[in-house]
Design a protein around this ligand. Structure first.
Ligand code: GLY
Ligand code: MN
Ligand code: MN
Length: 457
């Protein structure tokens, strides 16, 4: 079984990149293993979940610890056994089955790095363990592991160390993340075309899937495909089959997955056929683009993400003043919490095997909590930035019904120009989200690099 990424042309040197990456993962695990009091570690990919009282299964995604070791994000009932001094052992399910397609011969850039043991079913993993009592287990299926005699399931100290280390990406992870950005951006461009041609949300999503070549169940998260006021629903989960009578705007938050690593990209577009608020919305889009670029520029090693989030709200306050959404000063809009009505989510998050990657809110490898400021409870990243981190920068400005109602009922309501809000409300909102690699100087913008490459092609 091989990953599609390995099969396409113009690929990075996956074999070398992967060998270095795996060596680093194994070294981290071997160094951290004594913390769990164990001598070896079994990382289980996970098992298919059957729907209640039914006989088919939910889409399967291997857990993030398994995905950091192998580019097999959809392989259930598999496990890696790591024992210091030995080649890692991969239990590889390849049952003879006439209902489902079996995994087939192991193939790909990862194969030589493992001693591969083909199995028919997961239970054989338990039978093969020589000393389960001194083995730690990582995976969701802890009852099954206990049945195999494994007593140290998901030891917190070990997980914290691995999560902390995962924030700094290897070259293999960066190559995977870059390619995940490139694939998603090809989909964003196709989706924009479909939007301009007047397609429905459903039709736009089909255009995205066709170009990216990713099945919906393979995407790192459900695409957010939002026309008009639906863009005001932060995690809008539906897709209308009919295009609205009047089209104003389009927000697409959609990624792709490569070797088990995610991209997470948002773009917002205005429909050119000028409706009442078009001029104001286009101006707002430009201002948000400038704001987002400034925040990207400031995302360098040593910067505090809490401080960047605060700066985002300072600049957002300025946008509210310039767009005449508020009648007060930027300082007052910030101080009275008005910017939070228009942008209730945090500025961004770490990105990796998980879209909201691990260790965003801890200050060390022990997992010491680094809570967000109370006024920004949804901020997912509270750390100082380090070279090699990959994260999103995703400021937004939305017209969210329940939050506007809440603001209208506060004393600060008089600071808002509600006529301007009404004019812009049909556009839903704006989010611009890029994926960045942090360095000592200017960050590498994986997303804008991909747009530049594809738009000039
Ligand atoms: N797509 C989810 C997020 O932007 O965090
Ligand atoms: Mn995001
Ligand atoms: Mn997103």
């Amino acid at each position: 079984m091989h990953s599609d990424a390995a099969a396409s042309p113009n690929q990075p040197a996956w074999s070398e990149l992967y060998a270095d990456h795996l060596a680093r993962q194994l070294a981290q695990i071997e160094a951290a293993l004594p913390l769990s009091g164990c001598e070896r570690l079994l990382i289980f990919s996970g098992t298919d979940k059957v729907l209640f009282k039914d006989d088919h299964v939910y889409p399967f995604h291997a857990n993030p610890y398994f995905r950091r070791l192998l580019p097999l994000p959809f392989l259930a009932d598999s496990a890696v056994l790591i024992e210091p001094g030995s080649k890692p052992k991969l239990f590889y399910p390849n049952p003879s089955d006439f209902w489902h397609q079996s995994a087939g011969e192991p193939e790909g850039f990862w194969v030589d790095s493992f001693e591969i043991v083909e199995i028919e079913r997961a239970g054989q993993i338990g039978q093969a363990l020589t000393d389960p009592a001194s083995s730690a287990f990582i995976g969701e299926e802890t009852a099954m592991a206990a049945g195999w005699g494994l007593q140290h399931c998901n030891p917190e100290t070990l997980l914290h160390v691995l999560d902390w280390a995962s924030s700094i990406k290897t070259d293999y992870e960066l190559a995977s993340l870059r390619q995940a950005s490139q694939i998603a951006v090809s989909g964003h461009l196709a989706a924009r075309e479909a939007f301009l041609e007047g397609y429905s949300e459903f039709g736009i999503n089909l255009a995205y899937l066709a170009v990216t070549g990713q099945r919906e169940c393979e995407l790192p998260y459900g695409n957010i495909v939002a026309l008009n006021e639906n863009a005001a629903v932060l995690h809008y989960q539906h897709q209308q089959r009919m295009a609205p009578e009047k089209i104003h705007s389009f927000l697409l938050d959609a990624g792709a997955q490569v070797n088990g690593y995610a991209s997470d990209i948002t773009r917002t577009w205005a429909y050119p056929a000028g409706s009442a608020g078009s001029v104001a919305f286009n101006a707002l889009l430009k201002q948000m683009e400038q704001l987002q670029l400034k925040l990207c520029e400031q995302s360098v090693a040593g910067a505090s993400f809490v401080e960047l989030n605060r700066r985002c709200h300072e600049m957002l306050a300025q946008v509210l003043v310039e767009s005449k959404l508020v009648r007060c000063s930027a300082e007052a809009a910030l101080e009275k919490g008005i910017t939070r009505t228009f942008m209730p989510h945090g500025l961004g998050h770490l990105l990796g095997t998980l879209v909201h990657d691990s260790a965003g809110r801890v200050s060390d490898a022990k997992g010491t909590e680094l809570a967000p400021p109370p006024e920004h409870p949804f901020l997912r990243l509270t750390r100082e930035l380090q070279p090699g981190m990959v994260l999103t920068i995703e400021p937004g400005l939305y017209f969210i019904e329940p939050l506007l109602v809440e603001l209208a009922n506060r004393a600060e309501s008089k600071l808002v120009d509600w006529a301007v809000v009404e004019k812009l409300r049909p556009f839903g909102g704006i989010r611009i989200e890029d994926n960045l690699r942090i360095t000592e100087q200017a960050p590498e913008n994986l997303t804008r690099d991909a747009f530049a490459g594809l738009e000039s092609a």
